[in-house]
Write a protein that binds this ligand. Structure first.
Ligand SMILES: Cc1cc2nc3c(=O)[nH]c(=O)nc-3n(C[C@H](O)[C@H](O)[C@H](O)COP(=O)(O)OP(=O)(O)OC[C@H]3O[C@@H](n4cnc5c(N)ncnc54)[C@H](O)[C@@H]3O)c2cc1C
Length: 483
């Protein structure tokens, strides 16, 4: 469809933030249109695990502030925390459900940051999918359904290529479809819900701290940055991201996230040496274990490396599929299809595995012997892995090549508690740019670390705030924006 030439609110991007913004703006009485660059909606929501973060209590803001390393204004964090409390009811009004998960069932993975202030009040919810559905796509089904039920026009394959500005701020956008450009006037606001830049190799190299591949949606190529900066926006959180160790296959555009579901595994770098406490990293931050420069090594952790695991770990569950599935590929539950396909290498012993992987046989033998010694003395002197996770690697051995992957980058326009995009000015940003809003991964609130379920909740909370604010003339009249 061609988008209308004039609306109250123009939503750029049809992921979780765009859907939440469109629903809120529509329900506040505005005429709304959504434009999406790719041929389908969902963005990273359909790759996600459908986890939703929640926190309350007197130390909630301290918790968030600690995760952001003080890089996100407290007023923004307060707005986020208030919005979290509404998410279960919001999901329910759309016909879905996201009850709290049993933290104990996640084998020590949750809570994400038990040592941070206020962690005792952290809860995690997960969207309940329909039979045969994953939680992330299930949440997207409900969000998209709510937008469609409101008859909000959604133009797919229609990227915004420019913002229209006047003395009155941002007044619309130029979109392109079938090589035809059209202007859309937005009477009260344009909301950038267009994600970050993790799918753009050049921007990844420019802003993120190590060579990364993208494990999620391929449409987030930094348009948000270019559009916002051309309108005069300040940026924030450019080096923040979360990710996964991942497997790259040339036939698939996005890398496959990797998780091992039993403790009998180690990581080795491209030289065949261990380089980290494999079980000691928060799941979203594990990828940072490869950023370290190791001063006593001739090389930094040399990537791609390998995850080496045994039969018990092979049978403990699919290495890929808890989150991700970016490629419409169903990973086998016991990883046997991927062994047969040669994606996972197999060896009867260390020498056999070295031959299958190309790793130096002497170094690999030494590494496995060192790990076996740590297991038998129940102490990992080199990397401090906890005794409970020091379990033997029993042949046959398996290995999958792994490379650091980025799921979502945080970088984008700085926003305030009303989701208004700010101009540069002082540490906390300057004045809002009239008529321009941002939500979700288009400049995420997460300034350094993130929480399990922090991405979708950022998208939903600030999507809703942006939709409500932009629906009123407040989008244009800056001084009334918080009323
Ligand atoms: C593997 C994986 C697992 C995850 N698991 C979880 C989880 O369990 N819980 C959680 O909270 N978070 C999770 N996340 C993060 C979460 O999915 C994202 O933070 C969230 O979906 C971001 O939503 P968004 O709408 O802000 O942006 P996106 O989903 O990135 O959507 C942005 C949209 O904008 C479009 N777009 C880009 N440029 C333009 C343009 N110029 N014009 C128009 N449209 C444009 C894009 O194509 C895209 O559709 C996960 C992410 C990944 C990759």
């Amino acid at each position: 469809m061609n988008p209308p030439a004039e609306v109250d609110v123009l939503v750029v991007g049809f992921g979780a933030a765009g859907a939440a913004a469109a629903i809120a703006a529509h329900d506040a009485g505005a005429s709304v249109c959504v434009v999406e660059k790719t041929s389908a909606g969902g963005g990273n929501c359909v790759h996600s695990g459908g986890f939703l973060f929640d926190i309350d209590g007197p130390r909630a803001i301290d918790h968030l502030d600690a995760l952001c390393f003080g890089k996100t204004d407290r007023a923004v964090l307060e707005a986020y925390a208030r919005g979290l409390a509404d998410i279960p009811a919001f999901v329910q009004t759309l016909g879905g459900s996201a009850p709290p998960v049993d933290i104990d069932a996640f084998g020590g993975m949750l809570p994400s940051w038990p040592h941070f202030p206020g962690a005792g009040n952290v809860r995690y919810r997960q969207f309940v999918p329909a039979a045969g559905e994953r939680p992330g796509p299930g949440l997207w089904r409900v969000l998209e359904g709510a937008v469609r039920a409101r008859n909000v026009p959604v133009a797919l394959s229609t990227p915004v290529v420019d913002l229209l500005t006047s003395d009155d701020g941002v007044v619309g956008a130029v979109v392109e479809s079938d090589r035809v450009r059209r202007a859309i006037t937005a009477r009260t606001g344009v909301i950038l819900c267009s994600g970050s830049f993790e799918a753009d190799a050049e921007l990844r190299d420019a802003y993120l701290p190590l060579p990364l591949t993208s494990v999620g949606h391929q449409g987030n190529t930094g348009d948000t940055l270019r559009l916002a900066q051309a309108a005069g926006a300040s940026l924030w959180h450019m080096s923040a991201f979360f990710g996964w160790l991942s497997f790259v296959h040339p036939d698939y555009p996005a890398a496959f996230t990797l998780d091992v579901h039993a403790p009998s595994f180690i990581y080795v770098d491209g030289d065949g040496r261990r380089f980290a406490d494999e079980t000691g990293w928060e799941v979203h931050d594990r990828v940072r274990s490869v950023t370290g420069y190791l001063p006593r090594r001739p090389n930094r952790p040399n990537m791609p490396g390998w995850i080496i695991f045994d039969e018990a770990a092979r049978q403990a569950g699919p290495l890929h599929g808890i989150v991700g599935s970016p490629n419409d590929y169903e990973w086998s539950l016991d990883n046997s299809t991927e062994v047969a396909a040669g994606w996972i290498k197999r060896g009867d012993d260390s020498a056999d595995l070295a031959a299958a992987t190309g790793l130096d046989p002497a170094i690999l033998k030494d590494t496995l012997a060192g790990y076996a010694a740590a297991v038998s003395r129940r102490a990992d002197y080199e990397f401090g892995r906890t005794p409970a996770t020091l379990v033997p690697l029993l042949p046959p051995l398996y290995a999958i090549q792994m490379t650091p992957g980025v799921a979502t980058a945080s970088g984008g326009p700085r926003r305030d508690a009303d989701a208004r995009v700010l101009r540069p000015g002082g540490g906390a940003g300057g004045d809002p740019i009239p008529g321009l809003f941002a939500a979700g991964a288009a400049g995420s609130i997460w300034g350094h670390l993130t929480e399990h379920g922090g991405g979708l909740t950022d998208a939903i909370v600030f999507g809703r705030i942006a939709g409500e604010r932009a629906a009123s003339r407040a989008g244009r009249l800056v001084t009334n924006a918080t009323t």
